[in-house]
Write a protein that binds this ligand. Structure first.
Ligand SMILES: [Cu+2]
Length: 132
């Protein structure tokens, strides 16, 4: 009986530690950069016609940021879809353009992360409905 109690406590302790680790990971995932990431195009995406995406990155002063790395991920709102991934560098006037091919019509969430050369980053999310 003592063993049973011991194991229960051990499992509880383990779960608590797991929670602490998860908590740490979350707080270290704050990117600290304050950037504005705007979706330029497509604002009304079409499955047939849109094969590129353009985003603009500006800093706190509203100045264009050209030396960020953009990691873009498109997820549909329903389960079971492979995300569409893209990345871009070398902004021109703060605008980054990359090939981006939608794989289905419907509701998408696009997450764009801009990482600065010093490792700080910021992220923005766009909800889009992709038509035919
Ligand atoms: Cu889908």
């Amino acid at each position: 009986m003592l063993n049973m109690r011991f194991y229960r406590r051990l499992i509880l302790l383990f779960l608590l530690l797991l929670g602490v680790v998860a908590g740490c990971r979350q707080s270290s995932e704050q990117g600290t950069a304050v950037l504005t990431i705007e979706l330029i195009a497509p604002l009304n995406p079409s499955l047939a016609n849109d094969r590129e995406m353009s985003l603009r990155v500006t800093d706190e002063a509203g100045q264009p940021v050209n030396d960020a790395i953009l990691d873009i991920k498109g997820d549909m709102t329903h389960a079971g879809m492979v995300p569409v991934l893209a990345n871009a560098r070398n902004g021109v006037g703060g605008v980054y353009t990359t090939p981006f091919v939608w794989t289905m019509t419907g509701d998408w969430i696009v997450t764009a992360r801009a990482t600065l050369p010093d490792g700080r980053w910021d992220e923005a999310e766009f909800r889009l409905r992709v038509g035919q």
